[in-house]
Design a protein around this ligand. Structure first.
Ligand code: AMP
Ligand code: ZN
Length: 136
């Protein structure tokens, strides 16, 4: 189902033109309007889901095979040196468009980007406590 006030519903379904690199029955892949690197694009389902939590399993199962297909295409055309696949859920996690999408970000030596996490040093027993919280 499409959502009336959702920009990505309109982009994915071709109601607004995009710089599309791939399209099939379920998805459109188009260039991000504010690319982090050359070739940064978004895999966007034609159906509306707010985020990964809402996504159905059938659509979810198609995302990674499509990501791999696009990686190969972008490797062939843009000769990237590395590749980030990113997916944000919720404002706190950096989501700004609330229609599920997956970022495909080709990386190049010295591209000036940095998506690395900041590692922490857990206190004694911290990991075990978290594990207990999750698995109990
Ligand atoms: P996120 O922060 O994970 O929700 O990512 C949203 C992404 O959508 C950002 O990288 C934006 O640059 C991109 N974006 C927003 N509007 C458009 C648009 N009209 N066309 C293409 N990309 C867009
Ligand atoms: Zn939508």
């Amino acid at each position: 189902m499409k959502k009336d006030d959702c920009i990505f519903c309109k982009l994915a379904n071709g109601d607004i033109p995009t710089n599309t690199i791939y399209e099939d029955d379920d998805f459109r892949v188009f260039l991000d309007a504010a690319p982090a690197t050359k070739g940064h694009c978004l895999i966007v389902p034609k159906e509306h889901f707010d985020n990964l939590e809402q996504l159905d399993d059938e659509t979810a199962a198609k995302v990674f095979p499509l990501a791999r297909k696009m990686m190969k295409l972008l490797k062939e055309k843009l000769s990237w040196d590395g590749f980030n696949v990113m997916q944000n859920n919720g404002t706190v996690a950096g989501q700004t468009v609330f229609h599920f999408h997956t970022h495909l970000i080709p990386r190049y030596k010295d591209d000036g980007q940095d998506f690395n996490m900041k590692p922490s040093e857990p206190a004694e027993g911290e990991l075990e406590a978290v594990l207990k919280e999750i698995v109990s």
